[in-house]
Design a protein around this ligand. Structure first.
Ligand SMILES: O=C(O)c1ccccc1NCC(=O)[C@H](O)[C@H](O)COP(=O)(O)O
Length: 220
């Protein structure tokens, strides 16, 4: 896992094309109706076909039941399921075994104590996503809030810990985030948007260019 970039919350063929052409490694499709990035099944099916073979397709789910996972898997045929809720270790095992897809488990980080979950969730995940904890305000989304956490917390981790970093990343701060945390994969949503749910082609290209340059500077 080296030098990877995920663009999350893609919902149009035009912005998908920009992300793929700019070299995104992962494309995330949100299946969470409260999200401004939520995609319907038919829309997701078409976008997934467009991305097939060009990037890893990720379905983002929040505490989804089996029926919701099954319909997303049927429509999108994703390589990865991203679990962005309060899924327990047992539930993650069950989802992995039942649906046979690679797992990205998101873990919210706000303070040092939150790092405790990294070992156990990391062992159950193909990729562990370290994201900012959502704000406590009512109606806040579980992710995609454009808020960074204190990246210095991650400097306490064993340097061999593999994780994907997200939360408030932009083309302006992604190089510093990679340099400081040693992240070998980064994920962005709000930072490549002009408004919630509206992806901006120029920001997608700028983000991918900045992340690639930062990885290259580290020889990745
Ligand atoms: O993006 C959403 O709308 C969303 C909704 C519910 C749960 C997770 C969500 N996004 C997860 C992601 O993978 C985002 O890329 C990640 O949280 C970073 O978001 P941002 O800080 O906006 O870049």
């Amino acid at each position: 896992m080296d030098g990877l970039i995920k663009i999350c919350g893609i919902s149009t063929p035009e912005t998908l094309d920009v992300a793929l052409s700019a070299g995104a490694d992962f494309i995330g499709f949100a299946r969470f109706p409260k999200s401004p990035r939520h995609v319907g099944l038919d829309q997701a099916r078409a976008l997934s076909r467009q991305a097939a073979g060009r990037a890893q397709r990720v379905v983002l789910l929040v505490d989804a039941d089996d029926a919701a996972i099954a319909e997303a898997v049927e429509a999108i045929d994703p390589e990865f399921l991203q679990l962005h809720g309060h899924e327990t270790e047992d539930r993650i095992r069950e989802i992995r075994d039942r649906f046979g897809r690679q797992i990205i488990k998101a873990l919210g980080i706000a303070e040092e104590a939150d790092l405790a979950g990294i070992a156990s969730y990391g062992a159950l995940s193909d990729l562990l996503l370290l994201d900012a904890k959502p704000p406590r305000t009512s109606g806040a989304l579980p992710g995609g809030n454009g808020l960074p956490f204190d990246w210095r917390l991650l400097t306490k981790l064993d340097p061999d810990t593999a994780f994907m970093l997200s939360g408030g990343l932009t083309s302006d701060n992604v190089a510093e985030a990679i340099r400081l945390t040693g992240a070998k994969a980064v994920d962005v949503s709000s930072g490549v948007e002009s408004a919630p749910g509206i992806k901006d082609p120029a920001r997608i290209e700028a983000f991918i260019k900045a992340a690639r340059a930062a990885y290259a500077a580290k020889g990745q």
